[in-house]
Design a protein around this ligand. Structure first.
Ligand code: XMP
Length: 321
């Protein structure tokens, strides 16, 4: 019988036993449920001896950084945010190949993390939010959540850094996602983070098709915010496994008032899935889609056309890159 309260106490005890009275623990946080929950657990276990490093790569969603910082700091987590937007966007300038984008982002993550942690002093321990399915997968030889190791080289914030000088602290190694969510509830993680859809490590970079620029990211952030807030407002968010907006490089002709426009097309995607290896497109109500389309073209002037992705996985993937 799985008793979450009992498990939380046991996990805290185990961390204390591993880390001891003096050990300092470093954790990279992404804003996702696993690393956020781990931050709360570790703060309970070792308090100030935990440093949670949050790398702002400039590829986060609207308001996301403040949301994550508030939720964790409010729970007593020592969060250090690293402003690395310039490094990431600089390294991504002129690059439009999806795999290349992922590689650059992975490399910049490690650089930013190492640069920052060098300033923070010595850490004996590195914590990671590894879950049981990750353990099984890496034992099977694929480090890829989608099961499509050869299709996309997934870069994950949790995979940082590949360094033997740390002792690993991985309290969730025996747990499934649902169990982590239950633990998160007991530790008081706000629901909007606890029940969040997955968000890829490379962030909005792989939803901003082709070259990533600050201007495009700014458009995409506003489209995404309308869509995701809309899903929540209409009570549809929890029924989707993942939902996202994509900024396509397609520009097309439209009309606004008496004016001809020539602007971008945004794509909306929502899927249902059990394992993210296959997925169906979510049958969102037409009325909802109509409302989203109106809101997006009214609020985001750089967009004059909105499409909804009606492709399953396979043959499409969930992300567009
Ligand atoms: P795809 O697009 O391959 O995505 O159907 C399956 C799931 O994996 C997520 N995803 C990523 N997660 N780094 C990540 O941490 C990545 O590079 C990456 N690419 C895709 C995607 O959001 C979906 O949940």
């Amino acid at each position: 019988d799985w008793n979450a309260e009992h498990i939380v106490e046991e996990l805290i005890e185990n961390v204390r036993a591993q880390v001891g009275e003096q050990g300092r623990v470093l954790l990279g946080i992404s804003g996702g449920v696993d690393s956020s929950t781990l931050a709360l657990l570790l703060a309970r276990a070792v308090g100030e001896r935990l440093t949670a490093v949050f790398i702002d790569h400039g590829l986060l969603r609207l308001g996301e950084r403040a949301e994550v910082e508030q939720a964790l700091r409010g729970a007593g987590v020592n969060v250090v945010t690293v402003d690395a937007q310039d490094a990431f966007l600089g390294a991504l300038a002129g690059v439009s190949d999806p795999e290349q984008k992922r590689k650059i982002i992975g490399r910049e993550f490690i650089r930013a993390f190492e640069r920052e942690t060098a300033k923070l002093g010595d850490f004996e321990f590195l914590a990671q939010g590894t879950l049981y399915p990750d353990v099984i997968e890496s034992a099977g030889g694929h480090g890829d959540k989608s099961g499509a190791a050869n299709i996309k080289s997934h870069h994950n914030v949790g995979g940082l850094p590949d360094d033997v000088q740390f002792k690993l602290v991985e309290p969730f190694r025996t747990l499934f996602k649902d169990e982590v969510r239950e633990i998160a509830r007991l530790l008081g993680l706000p629901d909007h983070i606890r029940m969040r859809h997955p968000f890829p490590g490379p962030g909005l970079a792989i939803r901003c098709l082709g070259e990533v620029t600050e201007a495009k990211l700014d458009i995409l952030r506003r489209v995404d915010d309308v869509f995701i807030s809309g899903l929540r407002e209409f009570g549809l968010y929890d029924g989707c496994s993942q939902a996202l907006a994509v900024l396509t490089p397609i520009q097309s002709v439209g009309v606004m008032g008496d004016e001809r426009t020539y602007s971008y097309t945004a794509a909306l995607r929502a899927v249902t899935t059990d394992d993210f290896m296959t997925a169906e497109w979510a049958r969102l109500p037409y009325e909802f889609l109509a409302t989203m389309s109106n809101r997006i073209v009214n609020q985001v002037h750089e967009i004059n056309r909105v499409v909804y992705d009606i492709t399953g996985k396979p043959p499409a993937t969930i992300e567009w890159e």
